[in-house]
Design a protein around this ligand. Structure first.
Ligand code: HSE
Length: 426
């Protein structure tokens, strides 16, 4: 017996297929544990003849209306990805009072306000545990478990592709282009890797994470973004020599009414818990007044881990059809006007330079930094080749703008600034 809840799928590729299999495998157990008889009634695909799926052909459709307009479908599960038409379909489902489950970070980050508004209008649920960190239960942790705390910092490795590439570059000393090509050959990076390697995917996820952590909508447009495509083997080796590991981090900090949100390659001390998160794993490190430091780690992608998170949402949604949980902040298109977003954050920096091997060059570097009120924490110079010396220095905490000004002033014949990489986690 049990309560029959009908599901409709929008999209039925890898993720949809994974969800189908898990629901099928767990059907009787979910019925026993939760009293729910979950059934997939329709599944939207682009083309039925070309559909490569184990979902029975009888429930496949090429018409979104067959899912969106079916009054018997209570929960719509969106697996199409991309902003449109996924967001439009989800909005239509919510406006009809159907609960939506999605893993679509891009649609959520870019259309948060429209989707939430539609859900609020009809009292429908909108669940998206798999949108950040795959199976890692970070959405529920922020929205429910830590609801009574004040979170000041989220710092995450939220993109598995870039973590895989950086891990291999670190372990093998290889360059970016060859490592990316190999990851693509192995099917671990997309043929068009832009969304991952340029940090877009991580920025969508940071918009979602920081909105929940800071209880205000943090629009995607406020996020500073820098990917890993300019990272070199020399950068990674230099950081390593000084005790640091390079990660692409999504960082959100809130200090009173000031918020900073940024995605960029970041050096972490090798003892930091995030520095040990290797390969395609994801992890999110949080700091709050009462929870203090905590970290969640797990598989951020892949059909099985993603299906686990999505099916968890489906069961939760089916159990709470009449009283869905919603994040506790007003749904606005912009952030709360009392908040400011800064692009002049405080950070430490690892600056890698090539300096002419003549007297006084380092003194000039030190003088420019001193004039910009940047204090040096350590310096390393290793040998001299062709009259130039590779110099690396780490600063104490300083302002982003001061650092940018200093780099502009340093760049010249005597000194070539090869890279400037932010350092966190001290
Ligand atoms: N492409 C993402 C990653 C997974 O590499 O982590 C989906 O967001």
């Amino acid at each position: 017996m049990g309560k029959q809840v009908n599901l409709g799928f929008l999209g039925c590729g890898n993720i949809g297929g994974g969800v189908w299999h898990l629901l099928d495998e767990m059907h009787d157990e979910i019925l026993r544990r939760d009293g729910l008889d979950l059934r997939v009634k329709r599944a939207l695909v682009k083309s039925i003849p070309e559909a490569r799926t184990d979902v029975p052909a009888a429930i496949l459709t090429e018409r979104a209306e067959d899912v969106l307009d079916d009054p018997e479908i209570a929960i719509v599960c969106e697996f199409m990805g991309g902003e449109q038409p996924a967001a439009r379909f989800m909005q239509a489902a919510l406006e009809k009072g159907k609960t939506v489950v999605t893993a679509n970070k891009m649609a959520l980050a870019l259309q948060w306000h429209a989707l939430r508004a539609a859900a609020e209008k009809t009292g429908a649920g909108l669940y998206h545990e798999a949108s950040v960190g795959g199976v890692i239960p970070v959405i529920r942790t922020l929205a429910i478990s830590l609801e009574a705390d004040r979170i000041h910092r989220v710092m995450g490795i939220v993109n598995g592709t870039t973590n895989y590439i950086l891990t291999r570059m670190t372990q093998e000393g290889s360059g970016y282009a060859e490592t990316l090509a190999d990851a693509q050959r192995l099917g671990l990076a997309e043929p068009d890797p832009t969304a991952d390697v340029e940090g877009y995917d991580a920025a969508y996820k940071l918009s979602i994470l920081s909105s929940l952590a800071f209880h205000t909508h943090v629009p995607y447009a406020k996020i500073y973004r820098e990917g890993i495509s300019a990272v070199t083997a020399e950068d990674i080796a230099c950081g390593r020599d000084m005790g640091y590991v390079l990660k692409l981090l999504a960082i959100g900090k809130r200090d009173g009414d000031e918020i900073e949100v940024r995605v960029h390659p970041t050096f972490l001390p090798e003892t930091h818990p995030l520095a040990k998160v290797d390969g395609s794993l994801n992890a999110i490190h949080l700091h709050g007044d009462y929870c203090q430091d905590m970290m969640l780690q797990g598989r951020g992608a892949g059909d099985k881990p993603t299906a686990s998170a999505i099916c968890g949402d489906i069961v939760f949604a089916a159990l709470h059809l009449d009283n869905p949980t919603v994040p506790s902040f007003p749904n606005t298109a912009e952030a709360d006007p009392s908040l400011t977003f800064t692009d002049d954050w405080q950070s430490r920096y690892l600056v890698r330079m090539s300096a002419q091997d003549t007297p006084g060059v380092l003194a000039k570097v030190a003088a420019v930094l001193a004039e910009e009120k940047i204090s040096i924490a350590s310096v390393q110079q290793k040998g001299v080749r062709d009259g130039r010396a590779p110099v690396a220095l780490i600063t104490h905490e300083t302002s982003e703008r001061a650092m940018r000004r200093a780099v502009e002033r340093l760049q010249g014949d005597h000194v070539r600034v090869e890279s400037v990489i932010r350092v966190e986690g001290m």
